[in-house]
Write a protein that binds this ligand. Structure first.
Ligand SMILES: NC(=O)c1ccc[n+]([C@@H]2O[C@H](COP(=O)([O-])OP(=O)(O)OC[C@H]3O[C@@H](n4cnc5c(N)ncnc54)[C@H](OP(=O)(O)O)[C@@H]3O)[C@@H](O)[C@H]2O)c1
Length: 439
C-alpha cells in the first residue's frame, strides 16, 4: 500500500463497512488505493473489532456497534458480514435510518430482495447488490442498463465456481472421482464452510433467484427452484457425454412463459451442454451468465465469480453508482411468481447395472409405457458386468414424465446404483424463438 489516503472532498459519499473479512478488507483497500473523489470511508464495524484494526486506512472509526453505522457520519452502509441473521435486519435498519445500502449477500437478496428493494424505494434510498451474483462480473448492471431495451426471456449460467472446478477437474482427468475433485477444491479454499451449499446447488439457486428478479422481473422464492446435486456425477458420465457431443456442467436456468400464463421453468443441477458452447467453455472457478432477449438474442458475461478483490470491485462500482446518481431505485415486484422445474427437452440417463440378458428390452418397455422415445443406447466396452454403466438418451420429453418412468424402472432387479438423469441442453437457434433448454 502507498501513502495515507487524502481526505475526500466535502460532499463525498461517506461509507461505513459492516464486516471486515475477506471482502470488507478488499473493499477498504480498494477505496484507499483508488481514492475516488466521490467516496470517503468513515466507519468500519465488526464484532470484537480490536482484532481487525489496521493502521493504514487513515482516519476511520472502528466499532463493534451497528448503531454507529446508522448515525450522521455514514451515507451508505456496505453489508459484508454474510448470512441472513443479523445481516437482513441490519440492512432494514440502515434503510429505515435513511442510508443507502450495498451488499454482496446473495442469501439475503434472494430471500428478501423484493421487500428490501421496496423499503429502499419508499425511503428514497438505494439498495445495490452487484457482488451477490457472479462476484466481479458486472452482470446485474449490464442487464439493468445495457439490456433495458430488450424483453428478456431466459437466463442460463454456470454460477458456482466450486462446482465448475470439480466438474472440469473430472472432465480433464477421467481417473479423478467426484470426491477427489471436491477434496482438491476444499484444499484450495474454494468451498463454502458447508460444501453442500455448493454441491447441492443452494448457492447457485440463490444467485438464480436474484437474476430472475433483475433480468426477468420475477420474484421467485429460492426454495421453489428445484436443485439436484452434482455428487452423483461419475467420471464415466464425461465419457458418455463426449460421445453425445457434450460435456457436463452445473447449470442454473430460468425461462419464462412468453405469455406469462404458465409458471416460469427453473432448475439448478448437472446437465449435458454441447461441447464448444459458452457453458462448456467455462472452466475452473469461472462463472458465466447467458441472457436471452427476444430482440437482441444472447448476451454472455463471464469472469471471476468470487474472490476478495473481484468482489470488492463490484462493491466499489455499486458505491460509485450511488455516489454519482440521484435517480430513485427501481420498484420491485411485490408478489412471488410461481415456478416449475418441468423442463422439456432431451434427456441423458446413465444406468449402472448387474448385467444380464433383457435389460434394455425391459427399460424400453417402461419408456414406451410412458410414451417416451429412446434416441440412442451407448455402452463403453470393457466395463465389469457386475457394475456395468450404460446410457440411454431420450428424445425431447418433460422432466416429470422421465421421473415417473425412472420411478417405475426402479423396481427392476438389475440396478447397482440409482440411475442418473441429466437434461441435455441444446444449442440456441441462430435467431428468433428460443427452444426450451437452449443454451
Ligand atoms: N469471499 C468471496 O469471494 C465472496 C464473493 C461474493 C460474495 N461474497 C459475499 O460477501 C459477504 C462477505 O463474505 P466474506 O468472504 O468477506 O466473509 P468473511 O471473510 O467471513 O467476513 C465476514 C466478516 O464479518 C464479520 N461478522 C460476521 N458476523 C458478524 C456479526 N454478527 N457482527 C459483526 N461482525 C460480523 C466477521 O467477523 P469474524 O472475523 O469475527 O468472523 C468477518 O470479519 C458474504 O455475504 C459473501 O457471501 C463473498
Amino acid at each position: 500500500m502507498g501513502a495515507l489516503p487524502q481526505p475526500a472532498p466535502a460532499g463525498a459519499c461517506r461509507v461505513g463497512i459492516a464486516g471486515f473479512g475477506t471482502v470488507g478488507q478488499a473493499v477498504a483497500r480498494l477505496i484507499r488505493e483508488l481514492a475516488p473523489a466521490e467516496l470517503q470511508l468513515t466507519t468500519i464495524c465488526n464484532r470484537a473489532v480490536e482484532r481487525k484494526r489496521v493502521a493504514d486506512l487513515g482516519d476511520v472509526r472502528w466499532t463493534d456497534r451497528v448503531e454507529d453505522l446508522l448515525d450522521g457520519e455514514v451515507d451508505v452502509v456496505v453489508e459484508l458480514i454474510g448470512g441472513r441473521v443479523p445481516a437482513e435486519d441490519w440492512i432494514r435498519r440502515a434503510l429505515d435510518a435513511g442510508k443507502s445500502v450495498v451488499t454482496a449477500n446473495k442469501q439475503v437478496i434472494a430471500h428478501a430482495g423484493p421487500e428490501l428493494l421496496d423499503r429502499a424505494r419508499r425511503a428514497g434510498r438505494h439498495l445495490r447488490f452487484e457482488a451477490a451474483v457472479g462476484g466481479g462480473i458486472p452482470v446485474l448492471r449490464a442487464i439493468e442498463d445495457g439490456l433495458a431495451g430488450d424483453r428478456l426471456s431466459r437466463v442460463a449460467g454456470v454460477l458456482n465456481g466450486t462446482c465448475n472446478y470439480v466438474l472440469t477437474r473430472m472432465e480433464g482427468n477421467h481417473r479423478c472421482s467426484f470426491s477427489d475433485a471436491l477434496r482438491e477444491a476444499q484444499a484450495l479454499g474454494l468451498t463454502e464452510a458447508n460444501p453442500a451449499e455448493d454441491v447441492d446447488g443452494l448457492d447457485a439457486r440463490a444467485k438464480l433467484a436474484i437474476l430472475a428478479l433483475v433480468a426477468l422481473g420475477l420474484h421467485v422464492r429460492p426454495e421453489e427452484i428445484s436443485c439436484r446435486s452434482i455428487a452423483a456425477v461419475e467420471p464415466i458420465d464425461f465419457i458418455y457425454a463426449k460421445r453425445l457431443g457434450a460435456t457436463i456442467r452445473q447449470v442454473a436456468w430460468i425461462e419464462r412463459d412468453r405469455n406469462g400464463s404458465e409458471p416460469a421453468v427453473a432448475a439448478v443441477g448437472p446437465a449435458l451442454v454441447p461441447a464448444g458452447s459458452r457453458l462448456a467453455r467455462v472452466t475452473g472457478r469461472e462463472n458465466v451468465v447467458i441472457v436471452s432477449g427476444e430482440f437482441g438474442g444472447e448476451t454472455a458475461f463471464s469472469g471471476h465469480g468470487a474472490g476478495g478483490d473481484p468482489t470488492a470491485v463490484a462493491v466499489l462500482s455499486d458505491l460509485l453508482a450511488i455516489a454519482r446518481s440521484a435517480a430513485p431505485p427501481r420498484a420491485p415486484r411485490a408478489e412471488p411468481s410461481a415456478v416449475s422445474s418441468d423442463l422439456v427437452g432431451p434427456q441423458y440417463i446413465r444406468f449402472t447395472v448387474a448385467d444380464r440378458p433383457g435389460i434394455i428390452a425391459e427399460l424400453a418397455t417402461v419408456f414406451a409405457r410412458h410414451n417416451v422415445s429412446i434416441d440412442a443406447v451407448l455402452q463403453e466396452p470393457g466395463c465389469p458386468p457386475a457394475r456395468l454403466p450404460f446410457v440411454i438418451s431420450l428424445e425431447s420429453c418433460a422432466a416429470s414424465v422421465v421421473n415417473r418412468a425412472i420411478t417405475a424402472a426402479a423396481s427392476l432387479d438389475f440396478h447397482v446404483v440409482p440411475p442418473l438423469v441429466l437434461p441435455i441442453l441444446r444449442p440456441a437457434p441462430a435467431s428468433g424463438a428460443q427452444a426450451p433448454g437452449a443454451v
